[in-house]
Design a protein around this ligand. Structure first.
Ligand code: URA
Length: 238
């Protein structure tokens, strides 16, 4: 009962001894009854209870060439294949395009996923984009102040040129919105094409040196900060 979030162990004993618990329709008012989780139906005050699933918070380094869905109608590889060794019904929080690589969070905690994706939470996401050409200052400033996509201005982005040279242009962009193919379309809007795109951070959580295709658990501090509960909560829009 404690594992079902009904009450503490001690309070559960009291509930049992008061005859408020039924297993498969029969009152069980003594301690030590072994419940068969798969087959027994346990009720407290007539309400069926089930153990709460253990919560998982996974950070995956998604390679390009994987769809961010649980299944794909075109039979393309899905990110689920990369976390098949996690034995829980986790799902992606938000989305990365098929051809985008990098940091993807997955969980089976609905509240966590909702908080992270809710626009009011405005969690910053950092991307490194490789471009076919170096945008001019005016273009970069447009990204910083907002470009029109689908008739609506994007929120101001943080833009940092990492490599301006002929041997590849690399720009770091930080945004907090999650519009469809947003970073690619923002660059398109200023006349540049994204050749490759990688997400390197979500809030204060960074990809670090996790190899492509591998995953790790988020630690408690990372999880708390993403929920806005830690000492240094998820970096929000300045
Ligand atoms: N912006 C894009 O264009 N693609 C992504 O996958 C994420 C952000």
């Amino acid at each position: 009962m404690a594992m079902c979030g009904v009450a503490s162990r001690r309070a559960s004993e009291e509930i049992i001894s008061k005859g408020r618990v039924h297993v498969n329709g029969d009152v069980v008012d003594y301690m030590g009854y072994e419940v068969d989780e798969d087959n027994d139906i346990v009720e407290v005050d007539g309400i069926v209870i089930k153990p709460e699933a253990k919560k998982y918070y996974i950070l995956l380094n998604k390679p390009k060439g994987y769809v961010t869905t649980v299944s794909d109608e075109f039979d393309r590889p899905t990110v689920m294949e990369l976390v098949s060794d996690v034995h829980a019904r986790i799902y992606p929080v938000g989305r990365l395009d098929y051809d985008t690589a990098g940091l993807l969070i997955m969980t089976n905690d609905g509240e966590f996923a909702n908080v992270l994706t809710h626009p009011s939470h405005a969690v910053n996401k950092g991307y490194i984009a490789q471009l076919n050409t170096m945008p001019d200052t005016e273009g970069l400033n447009k990204l910083r102040s907002g470009v029109l996509l689908d008739g609506k201005l994007t929120a101001p982005a943080k833009v940092e040129v990492l490599k301006p040279g002929k041997r590849g242009v690399e720009i770091k962009v930080t945004i907090h919105e999650g519009r469809n193919r947003q970073v690619r379309r923002m660059f398109e809007a200023i006349g540049a094409e994204v050749i490759s795109l990688k997400r390197i951070s979500v809030g204060n959580v960074t990809l670090g040196n996790l190899p492509e295709g591998k995953w790790r658990h988020l630690n408690d501090a990372e999880r708390q900060r993403l929920m806005g509960r830690g000492k240094k909560s998820a970096q929000k829009r300045k």
